[in-house]
Design a protein around this ligand. Structure first.
Ligand code: 5GP
Ligand code: ZN
Length: 113
């Protein structure tokens, strides 16, 4: 997607601090962290949001949920962590490329972070 910020990050057009990468998934540090650890995990293929998950692309989402615990372990989040995906305007989604926030490294409140 030409005008998608996260597609540009995945493609290296916009720099990011990489945390993890494989054939289908990319993870990088959030530019405006809401917790001591704040990582964004995205499918490399463009999916706009949770509503865009379907039978054809669901495997990458399942894979993301295999990758998330590995990232959490590597980040030392033994005490726990939160996974958040904002879908749509009411949820405050600001980037229309499916992403999962991993938040941790402190006692989290009931707000997103
Ligand atoms: P959303 O609000 O859509 O759930 O989350 C978007 C996230 O992307 C925000 O937490 C925001 O800080 C992060 N973000 C926005 N622009 C950039 C950027 O250019 N680089 C990085 N690493 N994160 C970004
Ligand atoms: Zn995209």
């Amino acid at each position: 997607m030409e005008n998608c910020l996260f597609c540009k990050i995945i493609g290296g057009v916009i720099p990011s601090t990489k945390v993890y990468e494989d054939e289908t998934v990319y993870a990088f540090r959030d530019i405006n962290p809401q917790a001591p650890t704040h990582v964004l995990v995205v499918p490399k293929a463009h999916i706009a949001d949770c509503n865009g998950i379907n039978t054809e692309n669901a495997a990458v989402v399942a894979h993301i949920f295999e990758v998330i615990p590995a990232i959490a372990k590597a980040e030392g989040l033994e005490g726990g962590y939160r996974v958040v995906s904002n879908c749509g305007a009411d949820a405050g989604q600001t980037v229309q490329h499916l992403h999962f926030h991993i938040l941790g490294g402190k006692q989290l409140s009931l707000e997103m972070a």
